[in-house]
Design a protein around this ligand. Structure first.
Ligand SMILES: [Fe+2]
Ligand SMILES: [Fe+2]
Length: 275
């Protein structure tokens, strides 16, 4: 359960910052990630609407929002340390001007509350594996520490949404096929507008206008490169769990290998396109 903030910005070892270990590509994607995380209040408002009447979930979602915003603040502070010219206020405004979610939706865009929670589990699956991969890739000690703390939070968020998912699955009649469809649909949205737009807002020249395809490739060709086989193994395990599929089966092992094969090819292709 997400009941309290487990850490604050004061727990980050800022005095260990080592400029010589800052990696330019990691800096670019950390800036983009800071905007997406900081923008979590929009998702909080949306979830608050969708889960009207479930005060228990609404309370948990408010704490979740606070924690996601803190992720954005930690990454933003680190980015400013690594690049004193990084103007977070300008970047977040540019991101919000170019990317909006429908916070007023009265019902889940996934068709049901269980569907919404499966989609949230997919997002936390993606973020927990992503920050684990970034923590392993980062040589700069403060960024590594921040990514480790965030990765642990994201895994806790997955468990939070999964716990509520089980309650709603008992109420709604959603079979394996429906769960898989939402899970795969939400996973494919990783390549959608939000991350590309955040990458643009955080990194493009002030005079540059938004070109979704260009910034999507620039972002993904960098971000995907940090994943290793064991990160993808965990992604598949978490997706299986959220969909109610059993792990440690032949289907599970085949899926892990297929997903890694597909992902490695996609990464190579994106790197070629962005070169
Ligand atoms: Fe986060
Ligand atoms: Fe999260």
């Amino acid at each position: 359960m997400t009941t309290a903030k487990r850490w604050t910005l004061e727990d980050i070892p800022w005095d260990q910052f080592d400029r010589s270990e800052v990696n330019a590509d990691l800096l670019k994607i950390a800036k983009a990630a800071s905007l997406v995380e900081y923008n979590a209040s929009d998702y909080g408002a949306y979830l608050d609407n969708v889960f009207q009447g479930d005060a228990n979930f609404q309370d948990a979602a408010r704490t979740w929002v606070d924690e996601e915003i803190q992720h954005g603040r930690a990454l933003g502070e680190w980015a400013k340390l690594a690049d004193p010219d990084f103007d977070f206020d300008f970047a977040i405004k540019r991101f919000r001007d170019n990317f909006r979610i429908d916070v007023d939706a009265a019902a889940s865009i996934r068709g049901s509350r269980a569907g919404e929670l499966i989609a949230r589990c997919m997002v936390e699956t993606g973020t927990s594996s992503y920050y684990s991969a970034l923590a392993e890739a980062a040589d700069e000690p403060v960024l590594k520490a921040i990514c480790l703390k965030i990765a642990a939070d994201e895994l806790r968020h997955y468990k939070l949404f999964y716990t509520h998912l089980k309650g709603y699955l008992a109420l709604e009649n959603m079979g394996l096929f429906g769960r898989l469809l939402i899970a795969l649909g939400r996973t494919s949205e990783t390549e959608d507008d939000e991350l590309a737009c955040a990458y643009y807002a955080a990194n493009a020249e002030r005079s540059a206008s938004y070109d979704r395809l260009r910034y999507s490739r620039e972002y993904l060709s960098r971000a995907y490169g940090y994943y290793q086989h064991h990160h993808m193994e965990r992604v598949v395990a978490m997706v299986f769990k959220a969909c109610g599929l059993r792990p440690q089966t032949l289907t599970f092992r085949v899926s892990q290998n297929l997903v890694w094969w597909f992902f490695a090819n996609r990464t190579r292709h994106l790197k070629k396109l962005a070169a």
